[in-house]
Design a protein around this ligand. Structure first.
Ligand SMILES: [Zn+2]
Ligand SMILES: [Zn+2]
Length: 134
């Protein structure tokens, strides 16, 4: 079980299933959405994600066709992404977790778009775009 919450605390959730394909995404949309060098995120089954509080505060921005980024409309924290092409899966960023999820990112994607002021200093595999699912 992994619990998460937004900066202002209005939005709270828990994830009861496995976090898959944890990675760091360096694309410009993730950088801007997070105000950070990259977004650490994983995929979870939608059925494993449960709202605890504040679902009504979550606003969605369609950053690319069919990709809806949900964030707290009060404080701006990124909460999850949902996808029109596969409603059974959600993308969740690690930044709002309150528990240790027990997994760490295993690769970097969209490295070609990385911020010029950020150096990747680990030995994880790097991909210029998004590699096919393994
Ligand atoms: Zn909030
Ligand atoms: Zn991205």
């Amino acid at each position: 079980m992994v619990r998460g919450s937004c900066l202002c605390g209005r939005v709270r959730y828990e994830i009861a299933g496995p976090l898959k394909r944890a990675l760091n995404c360096h694309c410009s949309m993730c950088r801007k959405a997070h105000g950070a060098a990259f977004r650490t995120r994983a995929s979870v089954r939608a059925e494993d994600f449960r709202w605890i509080a504040g679902q009504q505060h979550v606003k969605y921005y369609e950053s690319s066709p069919g990709n809806h980024r949900g964030f707290c409309a009060e404080c701006g924290s990124p909460i999850l992404s949902r996808f029109d092409f596969d409603p059974t899966v959600l993308g969740v960023p690690f930044g709002c977790f309150d528990d240790d999820p027990g997994v760490k990112p295993t690769l970097h994607v969209h490295v070609a778009s990385r911020a010029p002021w950020h150096d990747i200093t680990d030995d994880l595999p790097r991909f210029d775009t998004l590699p096919e699912r393994r």
